[in-house]
Design a protein. Sequence first.
Length: 81
Amino acid sequence: MKHINWNQASELGLIMRINREILHPLGLAMTRNPENGASEMLLVSDDGIWEYDQMLTLKVPQVSEEEARAKITEWTKEPQA
């Protein structure tokens, strides 16, 4: 089975989207370790509210579905022998 890591998912804007649309309303936030691309935990908000800093939201990659599929294909391509 092929895979991408959470650093790559972040490059596609998926972590912010997952957080904003699914986890933040539940008071949760996914984290990742940028050194290894692993997500080891979800953070739980003390007050049940998570909001991204507005400046951070301006830096979110705007990747179309077509661009995302192309990157995923590139990242998961089998190496040529």
